[in-house]
Design a protein around this ligand. Structure first.
Ligand SMILES: [Zn+2]
Length: 167
């Protein structure tokens, strides 16, 4: 976040400029509640079941279900595209997340994710998972329950009754 007083490029979330000490942001967005990874994992399972409805018949038609790992890769790829699209719409989340009362918002302002951050969030899910799920499990130990891909995507996953006002 660029300081309006001296132009220094501070990292996000900084309240006072690290160079000149003057305030860089009048408002900060800090939700009061966050969604835990148990509920998020359950939403993932729901989304995978929903995606199987179109992907499985296509996979059978193309003869790729015989190779289960290749099929799962295709299914996961479909999940990333589906997530990227839905998380930047007013739905603010996949159908699984919506069913479980969760939404994904920008950690910068509490609003819907932009294309850039929805893309970054979903592409870095691969890293979170390929790193033996450490990128997901790290959420257990962070007070705002963020996975690696939430940090890259500059997002929070929130329960629908979480306060999203800027203070
Ligand atoms: Zn400054």
């Amino acid at each position: 976040m660029l300081c309006p007083h001296c132009g220094f490029n501070n990292h996000d979330g900084v309240i006072n400029c690290l160079q000149c000490g003057l305030p860089v942001a009048r408002k900060i967005f800090r939700p009061d509640r966050f969604s835990g990874i148990g509920r998020r994992a359950f939403a993932f399972v729901i989304d995978m079941i929903i995606l199987m409805i179109p992907v499985l018949p296509i996979g059978i038609a193309l003869g790729i279900v015989d190779n289960i790992w290749f099929f799962l890769l295709i299914l996961f790829g479909a999940y990333l595209i589906y997530g990227m699209i839905l998380e930047m719409t007013p739905l603010q989340g996949t159908l699984g997340k919506r069913l479980l009362g969760m939404r994904v918002v920008s950690s910068l302002n509490g609003k819907t994710l932009s294309f850039k951050y929805s893309f970054l969030r979903n592409i870095t899910k691969l890293i979170s998972i390929l790193a033996l799920f450490t990128g997901v499990l790290v959420a257990i130990f962070s007070d705002d329950k963020r996975c690696y891909h939430d940090i890259f995507g500059k997002d929070y996953v929130l329960p629908k009754d979480s306060n999203t006002k800027e203070t």
